[in-house]
Design a protein around this ligand. Structure first.
Ligand code: MIC
Ligand code: SF4
Length: 641
């Protein structure tokens, strides 16, 4: 039988389950990655599993998010991460070496392998033909301990690429076009597999821009074949041995095929405050812009920055606009420093930051009040930039550079041709900022600062839950809404009691106090609850605040898994019942354990109306066991004893 590339990689890694879409399967994980903002929790949890050395082929710990050191917290986290990596056989990519996804693509990715990362943009490595998936830190900790990764077998959607990009159209516009068509929930439960004659016209970093932002579709992953272009990329990275050709069978069947003629793509932009609010750039012509940021794991490859530099060369940033550049990796930064592109950017007035996530996660460079910020990033959620009323527009580096010169949106299509940049055949490779783990770690002492607090665990799931609806929110609530990031809150990622004081702080600052005084509580949400990042803090902190269940019309994949991992029931509610419930209502749920054991819906009585509502769920046998045990760490421990 003919297979898609996704099916081939899954089949090769299948540990249990049948490959029928929607059914739970378990796959072996070859590689893991963590970043510092989720990594501290992941390694604390790994330590709790008491496994001396990681069992993966390769595990890498990156420091790229919390690089602003305004107090001891982030520096303590970095030191903990470095020492715990050395102790347990993990490579450590030092702060300053670059963004995890960019560095992993350059230095570690291998076509055909599986990669699990505690960051939702882990699918970036799909640009290299890996099956790369984002997950919560605990799932990554379990993978490092040699446990398989459990997921629902995705549907495989084929994206047939024909033609070739022309003029100012870029890979960013390909994925923005898909977001325009499919929306931020269009990819839930799916892997997007690219195929067809257009594939070979895209370089690996361009493919990675597309697979990176597949996360914004809510997709489980996105993957490109491994071909001649992949071979060339690995050669340039001096890693030719990692190459193997991979593709779907010619007559493979996709659950659905989406056709994209690359020659028809035009420059696009996602307007505030969702990545799917996409329109052609020409529609925004004239809109004045306060800030332009070029960088992030979506768009900060060598070509991206060289294009921006070529456009800016001999020009000056508009006096109305501040231009900020954050290279994706030290390799990229060093190469633009040596080839003169960095000098061109500096001469044009760019403000250059270290290679890290930076403004993408609100680590500095917040725009002015009510400001318009044009960014080459992947997310433009309200408040994520650090300025509550700023509007973020997502676009390509090319358009961002043009905008920076003019201080307003311009569609360059009819004005001038984009510059042509040539890339070297061999890239500069220097892995001196990646520390390999020692063979014998017995001398390594794991160093913890006062901000690093291990997390308390939940008791077994009670049989009867009486809980208050503490908050009612709408559709597409993001993990940035639930557990905001930014320079002030991120340093508390390894301190759950402290960070939980910020849960829903952008929506309802009284939420944490109300939750603690009225526990147990319920959060009521609409569709696609928990979209966006993989941060398990969006489940861990609500757990600390006594949240027993999230009742929503539907859930985003990673967040739902995180809720299960921390013993919070992800219950589904019908649209009319969602409408009828009000904040402050009390719900009584009886025989919850029995329902979960028997895989039957939970019935809740609403005190205000006396009405009974049915709360269903879509959980595997294993997930129900985890919930009964009060979370995954309890579950693993109970199975070990
Ligand atoms: C993000 O882009 O939102 C983050 C910050 O990289 C998160 C991870 C985190 O919250 O630490 C993600 O995408 O998973
Ligand atoms: Fe970092 Fe932004 Fe990429 Fe998240 S999306 S990994 S914050 S650059």
């Amino acid at each position: 039988m003919a297979h898609t590339l996704t099916e081939k990689i899954i089949a090769e890694h299948l540990v249990s389950g049948e490959m029928n879409p929607g059914e739970e399967i378990a796959i072996r994980i070859d590689q893991t990655l963590t970043q510092d903002a989720t990594g501290t929790m992941a390694y604390l949890q790994f330590e709790a599993l008491e496994i001396p050395r990681v069992k993966t082929e390769l595990s890498v710990s990156y420091v790229d998010h919390n690089t602003l050191q305004t107090g001891f917290e982030n520096a303590d986290d970095h030191r903990y991460l470095q020492t715990v990596a050395a102790k347990h056989g993990v490579y450590f990519s030092r702060p300053g070496n670059g963004i995890c996804h960019q560095v992993h693509l350059e230095r570690f990715g291998i076509p055909g392998k599986t990669l699990l990362g505690s960051d939702s943009h882990t699918p970036t490595a799909g640009g290299l033909g890996m099956l790369a998936i984002g997950a919560g830190g605990l799932d990554v900790a379990a993978a490092m301990a040699g446990e398989p990764f459990y997921l629902n077998m995705p549907e495989v959607v084929g994206v047939l690429l024909t033609g070739e990009l022309t003029g100012w159209a870029t890979a960013k516009d390909v994925i923005l076009e898909l977001l325009r068509r499919l929306t931020v929930k269009g990819g839930v439960g799916k892997v997007f597999e690219y195929f067809g004659p257009g594939v070979e016209t895209l370089s690996v970093p361009e493919r990675a821009t597309i697979t990176n932002m597949g996360a914004e579709l809510g997709a489980t992953s996105s993957v490109f074949p491994s071909d001649q272009v992949t071979h060339q990329f690995l050669l340039a990275q001096q890693r030719e041995e990692a190459f193997s050709p991979l593709a779907a069978d010619a007559d493979a069947e996709y659950s659905e095929v989406i056709e994209l003629d690359l020659s028809q793509i035009e420059p696009m932009v996602a307007r505030p405050h969702m990545p799917d609010r996409v329109v052609p750039v020409r529609q925004l012509e004239g809109l004045e812009v306060d800030q332009v940021c070029i960088g992030s794991c979506t768009n900060s490859s060598l070509k991206d920055l060289m294009m921006a530099a070529a456009i800016m060369k001999d020009r000056t940033v508009s006096e109305r606009t501040s231009l900020v550049i954050s290279p994706g990796s030290r390799q990229v930064e060093e190469m633009i420093a040596r080839n003169g592109a960095l000098a061109d950017l500096l001469a044009a007035g760019a403000r250059v930051l270290e290679p890290a996530c930076g403004p993408c996660i609100g680590m500095g460079q917040a725009p002015p009040s009510g400001g318009v910020s044009v960014r080459t990033f992947n997310r433009n959620f309200l408040g994520r930039s650090g300025t509550a009323d700023a509007g973020i527009y997502l676009t390509s580096p090319e358009i961002a550079a043009v905008v920076a010169i003019h201080g307003r949106f311009v569609d360059p299509t009819r004005m001038f041709e984009p510059p042509i940049v040539s890339l070297p055949e061999i890239f500069e490779v220097d892995d001196s900022m990646i520390i390999p783990p020692p063979d014998d770690p017995s001398d390594v002492e794991v160093k913890r600062g006062p901000n690093i607090q291990f997390v308390e665990l939940r008791e077994d799931l009670p049989d009867q839950i009486e809980a208050t609806v503490l908050l009612k929110v709408g559709d597409n609530i993001t993990t940035d809404d639930i557990m905001p990031a930014g320079a002030k809150i991120l340093p508390l990622r390894s301190n759950i009691p402290a960070i939980s004081q910020y849960v829903f702080s952008g929506i309802d600052p009284d939420f944490p106090d109300r939750a603690l005084t009225q526990a147990p509580g319920v959060i009521l949400g609409g569709e696609n609850y928990g979209q966006g990042s993989s941060r398990e803090h969006a489940a861990l902190a609500p757990m600390h605040l006594g949240i027993a269940a999230v009742v929503a019309e539907s859930f985003a994949r990673i967040h739902k898994a995180n809720l299960v991992n921390f013993g919070i029931l992800p219950l589904e509610i019908a649209a009319e019942d969602y409408e009828a419930l009000e904040q402050g209502d009390r719900l009584r749920m009886d025989d919850v354990r029995k329902a979960l054991r028997e895989n039957t819906p939970v019935t809740a009585t609403v005190n205000r109306t006396g009405q009974e509502i049915t709360l269903s769920y879509d959980l595997s046998d294993r997930e129900r066991q985890i919930l009964l045990a009060g979370g995954r760490l309890n579950y693993i421990r109970q199975r070990q004893s």
